[in-house]
Write a protein that binds this ligand. Structure first.
Ligand code: ADP
Ligand code: MG
Length: 191
């Protein structure tokens, strides 16, 4: 089994800044909680004066750091958040804050034209992520954010806790799942 130290070294090699919790605390100011998922809490923080999302994992160090590895490797594909820093002694990471709303909430109030645009962008982002070598594996609404100003909306896929290297096993899974999600959204609106 890979030790936490080996994981940390791997992250450093991927160009991720690694620091201990005490150093991270000095650089961070908590603004508010933005998410509570199965894997832990997500906080909006100021990191060196800039907005960032801080994920505090509850499934242990290797689990969260694997997500960091995936985010670093896909390098923004699918709108994946950029990683700013990872903690060396706790399952805590700092990443780009994707300010926006979940796809279902966006869809509920979007114009028909915006809905079509965002459906297309969702497909594009999934294809982009898959082309970068990873299947997401958990494309529920809370992991699909719509960000950006009106008219410039774009999809950002987050939460790489179930991501896996593309293989014959997950080849079309993400695409099948999002088609189901899109159908579900379309069925809920009658205009
Ligand atoms: N980088 C981010 N930017 C903005 N909001 C985020 C970000 N990461 C997570 N969140 C928010 O926190 C919630 C939980 O985060 P997530 O990574 O999906 O955790 P879990 O693995 O527990 O589901 C998300 O649904 C989203 O609302
Ligand atoms: Mg999630």
């Amino acid at each position: 089994m890979t030790s936490d130290h080996e994981i940390t070294e791997g992250l450093r090699k991927l160009g991720i800044e690694v620091m201990d919790l005490e150093s991270m605390k000095r650089e961070v100011r908590i603004v508010r909680q933005i998410g509570k998922g199965t894997e832990g809490d997500v906080l909006l923080v100021l990191f060196r004066g800039e907005k960032a999302a801080m994920k505090v994992g509850s499934f242990g160090y290797p689990f969260l750091m694997r997500q960091v590895e995936v985010m670093a490797k896909v390098d923004g594909a699918g709108g994946a958040p950029r990683v700013y820093a990872a903690c060396s002694d706790r399952p805590v990471i700092l990443m780009e804050y994707c300010e926006g709303t979940t796809l279902d909430k966006f869809y509920a109030i979007a114009s028909p034209a915006d809905r079509i645009r965002i459906e297309c962008d969702l497909r594009t982002k999934v294809v982009e992520l898959n082309a970068a070598g990873y299947g997401h594996g958990d494309l529920n609404f809370s992991n699909i954010l719509v960000c950006g100003r009106p008219g410039e909306h774009e999809v950002r896929l987050i939460d790489f806790g179930n991501a896996a290297l593309m293989s014959s096993r997950n080849k079309n899974s993400d695409l099948l799942v999002i088609e189901k999600r899109i159908k579900f959204l379309q069925a809920g609106c009658d205009d």
